[in-house]
Design a protein around this ligand. Structure first.
Ligand SMILES: [Zn+2]
Ligand SMILES: [Zn+2]
Length: 326
């Protein structure tokens, strides 16, 4: 950044250039901007009510830590709110999760965050570690992407743990970049149904939540912040996070990474692109969300009775279980 620039908000020397707004900001005003965006998202979409018990899935990455910090501050400020519960999942990736766990513990003590920590593991709760599954995938040459397997199992374990702990909300650290990448991916996969499900929260009016006891409502307070803004916030706040990606996302390239670099290239030309995609996503949701259509699209898994996508007898989670002989 060029020196001698002044903060657009308070006129002190600036430390960061915000490309989408074209403004220079100082450290403090930037931190305030990020925290205000989170508060605004929560208020605008009414993501949290006082009676809510919030579970947060924390991985040790920047998004989940920023979300935890901000939701914790919010809950501590407001009277009569429940304590937050943190769900931490050990996927069983040797060398990787130890680092993230240490990160999480030092983060909690550094910022004096007092939460209940719920520890889960693929080994205990699913029956096998991700390392073991990848070994089978390689040996038997299965057409499976470890990141997809991991994601499916994580989502199930998070929902089940939130349910077991009487949570009314499950907070997910998806940011703006994750969200618009998912939109493009769903379009590329011709999955219009999923396009209709990406938003700051899963819907109350969605017929799926008539059976709320099964799916805990998911909220995404970071949906209006970019990857870059969250990294910068961690840097300014001195939040230590795990930045090296999991080894499997490196060795098994996924389409998401190509979409990510495509959107980032476009964003350098036109800074509003990500926000435009988010708006398009919201508008598509309104058009697509005919409750009857949604109800029709869902079936029940014949093995575990969970809801599962269209044209499926057995859900992905159970399919993986039988694939891995569990
Ligand atoms: Zn300032
Ligand atoms: Zn199932």
């Amino acid at each position: 950044m060029k020196p001698n620039k002044l903060c657009a908000s308070c006129n002190k020397p600036a430390s960061v250039f915000q490309s989408h707004s074209g403004r220079f900001l100082c450290r403090d005003c930037f931190i305030r901007y990020v925290e205000r965006q989170i508060r605004k998202t929560i208020t605008k979409y009414n993501l949290i009510e006082n009676k809510d018990l919030i579970c947060i899935g924390v991985s040790g990455g920047k998004d989940s830590l920023v979300m935890l910090y901000n939701l914790y501050q919010r809950q501590s400020r407001i009277k009569n709110t429940n304590k937050i519960k943190v769900i931490w999942i050990d996927e069983g990736i040797i060398g990787y999760r130890e680092e993230s766990k240490n990160n999480l513990l030092s983060f909690l003590s550094k910022f004096k965050i007092d939460v209940d920590l719920i520890k889960l593991s693929f080994r205990e709760n699913f029956g096998m570690t991700l390392d073991e599954m990848v070994e089978i995938i390689r040996k038997e040459n299965l057409k499976l992407n470890p990141c997809s397997v991991c994601g499916t199992i994580r989502r199930r374990l998070l929902n089940d743990a939130a349910k077991d702990n009487n949570a009314t909300k499950l907070a997910i650290g998806h940011n703006l970049d994750d969200t618009v990448q998912t939109l493009i991916l769903n379009l590329l996969r011709n999955d219009l149904f999923k396009v209709g499900s990406v938003k700051p929260h899963t819907s109350n009016s969605n017929p799926l939540f008539d059976i709320r006891k099964e799916f805990i409502q998911r909220i995404k307070p970071l949906i209006r912040l970019t990857d870059e803004e969250i990294s910068m916030y961690c840097y300014f706040m001195d939040i230590p996070f795990q930045s090296n990606p999991c080894q499997y996302s490196e060795t098994f390239p996924i389409l998401r990474r190509d979409v990510q670099s495509f959107i980032n290239t476009l964003s350098r030309r036109s800074h509003e692109i990500k926000y435009n995609l988010l708006k398009v996503n919201y508008e598509l949701i309104e058009i697509l969300r005919s409750p009857k259509k949604i109800a029709k699209k869902f079936g029940r898994c014949k093995k575990c009775n969970y809801f599962t996508g269209p044209k499926r007898d057995i859900c992905l989670y159970c399919e993986y279980k039988s694939l891995f002989g569990l």
